[in-house]
Every structure is written in C-alpha cells, then in structure tokens.
Design a binder for this molecule. Structure first.
Ligand code: SAM
Length: 259
C-alpha cells in the first residue's frame, strides 16, 4: 500500500488510518521506544507534569486517541503519587479496538483495573456523540490528532465535551525550526523509521505512513490558531506563547481553556 493520501477520499482515509493502527497495535509500544530512543516517555512525563492532574482535587479526564493508555496511566499515577488522589478518573477513547485491547491488558496489571478510575471507549475523536456536553475537566490527546482527517471537528468536539474552565492539552509531533536539526531529523525519520518498522514490526508501510502524517500536520502557529477558532483560549498557560516546543519542535504541547 502507498500512503500518499492526497487523492484518497475522506472516508477511505479513515479506514486506512484504522488499518495502520490495527497492524501496529501489538508492536506499538516497542516501536515507540525504538524509533524515539525512549524519548517519547520523557515527553509524556513532561506533558502530564505540566498538567498537574489532581492538584485542585479529583478530576474527570478523557484521553482521546488514548491507544494503549500511556497518558491515562501517567495521569492516574501522578494524581495518586503527588496528591494521594484515587478519585480522578480517565476515560480512554480510541477509534481502534485493537489498541484499546492492548491498553486493557496493560491496565489489568495495575491497581486501577476494575475500579471506576479507568474506562475504555471505542470512539472517533471527530464524532464523540456518546459523550455529553460539559462533562470533562481535562481533555488530552497525545500523538493522535495528526491521524485525524478533520482536525477542526476534533477541536469542536473537545470544546463541546469540556466543562467551562476545562483544559484541552495536545502533545504532537510538530515543526522543527532550526535548519540543521531539521535536516538531521528528516534524514532520520524518512529512512530510519520505516526501516525500523520493517525490522521490528515487519511492517514498513504503516511506519512510512506515520512519518508522512507528521509532515502533513500544521505547524505550531497554524495549529494554535485552529485551537482558538474552536473557542479554546490559548496563551495563558505557556510562557511567551500558545504552545511549548519539546526538543526544538520535534514535538510540541498546545493547550487551551474552554471559557
Ligand atoms: N496516545 C497514545 C500514546 O501517546 O501512546 C497513542 C498514540 S497512537 C500514535 C495514535 C492513536 O490514535 C492510535 O491508537 C489510533 O487508533 C488513534 N486514532 C487515530 N485516528 C483516530 C480518530 N479519528 N479518533 C480516535 N482515535 C484515533
């Protein structure tokens, strides 16, 4: 398969994306570590640290495109370890049942299994009608929104299900500004990631798609504008701007608040 998506109709894109994650579900965590040398773990730690879940009391959270639960688990651990909070809850929503299954297996080994603190939902970020308006204190999406074919729809739904005062937070691969770093990063991601995909997961195309999806995602200022357009205020969180770059923009965190 080729993942030059430009000429593919919207509905087909969605099923292509679903297939990509079906075929990588079981090897997903291993590949994440291999392709980013484990750095995604640090980014995710920083991301959750910056949100301080539980600081102002128990929160109702939703982690969209939550996959195998990396962010959800960090949120629950953070609230418990820092604030002895065992009442914060996270709903994990993902379009792909295989990813959710892996997540479920993983949570089975934790103290959160069989508690009201975690629940799994098969859902498309663009159409979240099974979740009511004004429900959540926090909406997170990590390395997920770039796979969605209609980003404004995702943001609209995020805004709808957040409570007034609720926080939207997105961790995503983004645009590297430094030209030298940018060249090195391009070399690495265009050649090494698909190669590692072949070696470790036997699946070059899916990882090729992941690399291409990063290139297509809007740069920081444009994405910040889209968040604002969805009615989420940005800027008051992050020093000097509406987002903060991780590693020169290889990844970036954007936040917004529903007024
Ligand atoms: N958030 C997890 C993490 O950081 O490890 C998983 C990230 S993984 C790269 C991307 C996830 O997005 C996959 O689990 C995939 O199934 C999910 N996804 C893709 N398109 C989606 C959509 N339209 N709605 C919900 N989830 C989606």
């Amino acid at each position: 398969a080729s993942f030059g998506f430009q000429n593919v109709p919207e509905e087909e894109k969605e099923s292509l994306v679903k297939n990509v994650f079906n075929s990588v579900a079981s090897s997903y965590d291993l590949m994440n570590d291999a392709t980013s040398f484990g750095v995604h773990r640090l980014w995710k730690d920083n991301f959750v640290d910056s949100l301080k879940p539980g600081r102002k009391g128990p929160m109702k959270c939703i982690d969209v495109a939550g996959g195998t639960g990396d962010i959800a688990l960090r949120i629950l651990d953070y609230a418990r370890e820092k604030y002895a909070d065992r009442e914060t809850t996270v709903d994990i929503a993902d379009i792909n049942a295989e990813m959710l299954k892996e997540g479920f297996k993983r949570f089975k080994k934790t103290m959160y299994h069989n508690t009201p603190q975690v629940a799994f939902h098969e859902a498309n970020a663009q159409e979240m009608s099974k979740f009511a308006d004004n429900t959540y204190d926090m909406y997170t999406i990590a390395f997920g929104i770039r796979n969605c074919t209609d980003i404004p729809a995702v943001l609209r739904e995020a805004h709808r299900i957040l409570k007034p005062g609720g926080v939207f937070a997105c961790l995503e691969f983004s645009r590297v500004n430094n030209p030298l770093l940018s060249t090195m990063y391009d070399q690495y991601s265009f050649s090494m990631i698909p190669l590692l995909g072949t070696l470790l997961a036997g699946d070059r195309d899916s990882y090729q798609y992941l690399v291409e999806s990063i290139r297509r995602f809007p740069p920081q200022p444009e994405f910040a504008r889209m968040i604002k357009d969805a009615g989420l205020t940005t800027g008051e969180f992050v020093d000097g701007g509406a987002w903060s770059d991780y590693w020169g923009g290889i990844a970036a965190v954007h936040k917004g608040v529903k007024l």
